[in-house]
Design a protein around this ligand. Structure first.
Ligand code: TYD
Ligand code: MG
Length: 456
């Protein structure tokens, strides 16, 4: 253990806020009971700021002086993942893959290793599973080339040594919560360990040009040091989300220094690992009921890709004084707001009705463009009148009941046409954008009342 005075510091396990004393509520993120004590070695501050010769040699550069080689990106073998990464793996990048335990992070990265092992040297370091367990998983996934090496180790100083010797091009660290550095006295998984360990990996990635994937578990309570604290250190943050019991998993880009965020990749868990879903709209709409009231197809835009989804609503008379409202897959507050808009602006009296909203397929969508879909699904269920099977809608709904413009209406309409929809209900202001599109009828609406009159 390194020399130096050990002091106790309190870290918020949710946001990484640092304090010298314990507090019930974290001043940083306002969460309760998240501060825990960690022992930290106080390092003696370095007094000299480098030798005089080094100081003089330090030269800032002009942008025009920096030479850029051909930008090289390595495809992961999965289009869905490449898109989220901004076009493939950038050498020397540090990528965090976060998600609930059991969602499929290890499986995904092992599959990426399989795809890459044909042409790159890889190292998969696991602190969670034994070599035998990894082998068992690998057997289900498929055949691997011998350029993939495995290592079960949690000591980061030893791992750094292995990386210097072996010089792999891509490394997977599964998971950051199990890694530790000897000179940090707190337990693996604590904020200071996670932060220090990421610092070491960052340095290795940048100096040696190794692309490193870090797995980070997130728990809802933020009990284990959430990867939140390292989001700002890494280049790219991807979250793997979805219900553990549903087959569809969504990989979402949250931060990306090499591409746009908001892109998603869709995967499906099977008995042979994860499979790409290249046509999510088709999959989300499969098994849709025919001529059922309360079922409406809406279009949400995820990054650059339009995705069609089925919104289901069930509105029925409440047996209690206080009606029940639930929303699965979207924001309940938004649903409550839209119900209030319907009541006030379209005269549907739903205050004595229970309402249940569900986005089919077990995925979460929060884009405001699905507002019109939610409103029409609620109205359709309330009036018990089905919406046409070949009708699709999108548009944001405002508090006065107006239907507002959304981005990229043309792309959304094109996706709907591709899947055989015949009628598209959209904000009237977006009509110009879709003017000469053929094969689909457009209905421009300016408020929810108009939409209901046209469709129901
Ligand atoms: P895992 O990748 O270990 O999740 P994480 O690393 O995010 O904790 O495993 C996810 C789940 O997937 C696990 O419960 C078992 C399941 N699974 C399959 O259904 N099929 C498969 O082929 C594999 C490898 C896993
Ligand atoms: Mg795992």
């Amino acid at each position: 253990m390194a020399k130096g005075k050990t002091i106790s510091v309190y870290f918020c396990q949710n946001c990484g806020y640092e304090s010298s004393k314990w507090m019930g509520q974290c001043p940083g993120c306002r969460e309760w009971n998240t501060l825990t004590e960690e022992l930290v070695n106080q390092k003696t501050p370095v007094k000299s700021a480098g030798a005089a010769s080094v100081r003089e040699a330090l030269q800032p550069m002009k942008l025009s002086q920096i030479a850029l080689g051909q930008e090289e990106r390595v495809s992961t073998g999965y289009e869905e993942l490449d898109r989220v990464l901004g076009g493939g793996i950038v050498p020397g990048s540090l990528v965090l893959v976060g998600g609930d335990p059991g969602i499929g992070k290890s499986t995904l990265l092992l599959q990426v290793c399989r795809n890459l092992s044909a042409e790159l040297d890889l190292l998969y370091i696991s602190g969670e599973e034994s070599l035998k367990q990894i082998k068992l998983r690998a057997e289900r996934i498929g055949s691997f080339s011998d350029r993939l090496a495995l290592l079960c180790e949690t000591n980061l100083d030893l791992i750094a040594g292995v990386l210097e010797r072996q010089k792999p091009q891509v490394v997977v660290i599964d998971s950051i919560q199990t890694m530790y550095r000897e000179d940090v006295s707190s337990a693996p998984g604590s904020v200071s360990q996670v932060r220090e360990a990421t610092g070491v990996l960052l340095k290795l990635a940048k100096e040696k040009g190794i692309a490193i994937f870090i797995v980070g578990h997130v728990t809802k309570e933020g009990v284990v040091a959430g990867p939140r604290v390292l989001e700002h250190m890494v280049d790219t943050v991807l979250y793997f989300e979805g219900d553990r019991h549903a087959v569809y998993r969504i990989l979402r880009g949250v931060k990306n220094r090499f591409g746009s965020t908001n892109e998603i990749g869709v995967f499906e868990m099977s008995d042979q690992g994860l499979r790409e879903v290249k046509n999510p709209s088709e999959v989300m709409l499969s098994g849709r009921p025919r001529d059922a009231s309360g079922s409406v197809v809406a279009c949400s835009l995820e990054g650059t890709r339009p995705m069609l989804l089925e919104i289901q609503a069930l509105v029925c008379k409440s047996n209690f004084g206080f009606p029940r409202r639930t929303a699965a897959g979207t924001d309940l507050n938004r649903v409550n707001l839209l119900m209030a808009v319907l009541e006030k602006r379209a005269g549907l009296s739903m205050s004595a009705s229970d309402a249940y909203i569900n986005i089919a397929g077990g995925i979460r969508m929060n884009e405001p463009a699905i507002d019109l879909g939610i409103v029409l699904a609620l109205a359709s269920s309330f009036r018990n009148r089905p919406v046409g099977e070949k009708t699709i809608c999108f548009g944001e709904v405002g508090l006065s009941g107006e239907v507002r413009a959304v981005s990229m209406p043309r792309q959304r309409a094109a996706e709907a046409r591709k899947l055989g929809f015949a009628v598209c209900v959209l904000p009237a202001v977006c009509m110009e954008a879709v003017q000469e599109m053929e094969g689909i009828r457009f209905v421009g609406v300016s408020n929810v009342k108009e939409a209901m009159d046209q469709i129901l």
